[in-house]
Design a protein around this ligand. Structure first.
Ligand code: IMP
Ligand code: MG
Length: 205
């Protein structure tokens, strides 16, 4: 099952050492995972998912907005061999850098999952509340199977009462607020190609 790359103790790379557009640069502490590493790891996840399911079709559910980039790169990947159907819906549990504990799911007809091999695609697991709510909804509608793939996992932040374990995971990261590759802070920084750590003073509530 999941054997992520552990970057919890990795040294952050100075923004000057990689190509980063100026409007972003001054807000960053540095780069935690570079775009090349993300790309290679996403391909590996695509091949693992394909190996597990080929030749059967999966129903891939994207948790918008943060997972949009990961979702597209994972599914439209040259190593994604198994057929898939796509569905997207919006789910939120964050305001700024704080998990609200309150989860908002867009009205979505979860009955589409009935009898299907479902793969939930998420950008990052933090406390786990959002995915818990989503997986509960899916289980209520009787899928054939349910798996989670996340690009990033912050295990230190998990609510001990929440038993979410992703079947596939790209990287385990430290307890830092990260942006880029689709992840945002107040809807900004999604266009950064690397996964970056924001300067602390910007994320103080
Ligand atoms: P959870 O419900 O606490 O697990 O939060 C999950 C959601 O919060 C994710 O889908 C993200 O959208 C958001 N989130 C959590 N940590 C971060 C972060 O470090 N950067 C950006 N978004 C985050
Ligand atoms: Mg998300």
């Amino acid at each position: 099952m999941s054997d992520p790359i552990n970057v919890i103790n990795r040294e952050i790379i100075s923004p000057d050492k990689l190509i980063i557009p100026d409007p972003y640069k001054s807000d960053l502490e540095g780069v935690l995972i570079s775009s090349g590493e993300i790309k290679s790891r996403v391909s590996k996840l695509a091949s693992e998912i394909s190996k597990a399911h080929y030749p059967e079709e999966i129903l891939a559910l994207c948790v918008l907005d943060g997972a949009m980039k990961f979702y597209a790169d994972l599914l439209y990947n040259e190593h994604m061999w198994t057929p898939f159907e796509i569905r997207t819906f919006s789910g939120k549990s964050y305001k700024g850098t704080t998990s609200t504990g309150e989860v908002n799911l867009e009205i979505f007809d979860f009955s589409v999952v009935k009898g299907r091999k479902v793969l939930v695609v998420e950008d990052i697991i933090d406390t786990g509340h959002l995915l818990k709510k989503i997986t509960n909804e899916i289980y209520r509608h009787k899928p054939f199977s349910l798996e989670i793939v996340c690009l990033l996992d912050k295990p230190e932040r998990r609510d001990p009462e929440i038993d979410i374990v992703p079947e596939y995971c790209g990287f385990t990261i430290p307890n830092e607020f990260v942006v880029g590759y689709g992840l945002d802070y107040n809807n900004k920084y999604r266009g950064l190609r690397h996964i970056c750590v924001l300067k602390k003073e910007l994320t103080k509530p």
